[in-house]
Design a binder for this molecule. Structure first.
Ligand SMILES: Cc1cc2nc3c(=O)[nH]c(=O)nc-3n(C[C@H](O)[C@H](O)[C@H](O)COP(=O)(O)OP(=O)(O)OC[C@H]3O[C@@H](n4cnc5c(N)ncnc54)[C@H](O)[C@@H]3O)c2cc1C
Length: 359
């Protein structure tokens, strides 16, 4: 099955989950949700993952654009955008990062100039996941060039089919092209597409990033738990079948991954609490992200080491699906960067939790 066919199948899966009431569980009923808590939504996602079911594919819809619209958009915007967003009928991307504004996001230079009833957008975004499939983008742009960096930014909903937008997919180490460069050349965006107050997009963006980090974390924690379970069971079954001993190093590393994931599991309740109270991203999210990313990379690194030279073979040598583990290993490398790099998370922990001098 090629990438596009797989995507459409998963999109159909997302539609079915939506129709069954399993998405937007913590959103208000009037916004298309069930009016329950983040803990309920996290439980649904974790049970889906534990059962081996695929995740709904439109991650940006569910963890970035959706929660941002629920929190900051006008009633008209909510009515227009939320139902197709949740059902997966419209695809969203997140246009924050730029070639010279990633870790230092406040230095972004894409400009939105008010001209009558529209903002005119000029600039460039990069690493925009799903941009080549997207119908809409939740985008940050500078609306006041004279204000200090964090002050003159606004968040806009941009129709990705507007004239003046060019999307150029970038190929990743996995071979897929999940993200793209997006060029914006005098793109007109109706003023009613502003989300939240004018020039206060930084506050909106902090909420979007906080939601992204913690919601994704809850899902990825469950995925990593499942991956470790599958990996250790397969290694155990293979050893039983062949009578070969499992090396001490492998046993020690499986144990180390288990400890990392258990440590994170113990914090999940607190993470849910922060989400419930819409706390902006902070040092505790950074601790979660550091532990999770290191655990994920250890699990997938372990799989490749267990495969040894068979990692290059096709099929299931040693009982392990070599293509799947290779893909997941490469994909997990990107988690050191996406949603805030590990170096930046360490800086945050050092300065805000450990009270070390600023770098
Ligand atoms: C798979 C993937 C998907 C992504 N999807 C999206 C998306 O959908 N939308 C979007 O807007 N963005 C997306 N991003 C972009 C991501 O948020 C940025 O890559 C990230 O914030 C880092 O920014 P940068 O790439 O510009 O690196 P830079 O900020 O240029 O950093 C380069 C290196 O310098 C280090 N560094 C920078 N500043 C400091 C410092 N003060 N102290 C110590 N070290 C420092 C960094 O840790 C990094 O190692 C995605 C990235 C990836 C990998």
């Amino acid at each position: 099955m090629d990438v596009d066919e797989r995507f459409e199948r998963l999109r159909d899966w997302q539609r079915r989950l939506y129709e069954a009431g399993w998405l937007g569980v913590d959103w208000p009923v009037e916004d298309g949700g069930r009016g329950l808590t983040v803990l309920h939504q996290a439980a649904v996602m974790q049970e889906l993952i534990r059962s081996g079911a695929p995740m709904p594919p439109l991650v940006v819809n569910l963890v970035v654009a959706g929660p941002t619209i629920v929190r900051f958009a006008s009633p008209e915007q909510k009515r227009r955008y939320l139902p197709p967003l949740l059902a997966g009928d419209e695809v969203w991307c997140q246009g924050f990062s730029e070639p010279d504004a990633g870790s230092d996001l406040a230095s972004l230079r894409t400009r939105a100039t008010r001209c009558g009833d529209v903002f005119v957008l000029r600039g460039q975004k990069v690493w925009t996941s799903y941009a080549h499939r997207a119908d809409f983008c939740i985008m940050l742009a500078r609306t006041d060039s004279d204000a200090p960096p964090h002050k003159g930014i606004s968040q806009l909903i941009v129709d990705m089919r507007s004239p003046g937008i060019v999307v150029r997919p970038l190929r990743q180490i996995t071979g897929d092209s999940e993200f793209s460069e997006v060029f914006l050349d005098d793109v007109e965006v109706p003023v009613e597409n502003l989300v939240g107050p004018l020039n206060e997009g930084w506050k909106v963006a902090m909420h979007s990033l906080g939601s992204e980090r913690s919601r994704i974390l809850l899902q990825r924690h469950a995925s990593a738990e499942l991956a470790l379970k599958q990996l250790s069971q397969t290694i155990g079954a293979q050893a039983k079948r062949t009578g070969a001993a499992i090396s001490d190093d492998l046993v020690r590393r499986i144990g180390a991954c288990r400890v990392q994931l258990s440590a994170l599991g113990a914090q999940v309740g607190k993470t849910v609490e922060r989400l419930e109270s819409a706390t902006p991203p902070g040092a505790l999210d950074s601790v979660d992200k550091l532990i999770l990313t290191e655990a994920e990379q250890s699990v997938y690194g372990l799989a490749l080491d267990a495969l040894g030279p068979y990692r290059l073979a096709q099929g299931t040598p040693l009982g392990l699906d070599s293509e799947r583990w290779q893909h997941d290993y490469f994909y997990a490398r990107s988690w050191s960067i996406s949603g805030g790099t590990l170096q930046i998370q360490r800086n945050i922990v050092a300065e805000r939790l450990l009270d070390l001098p600023r770098t």
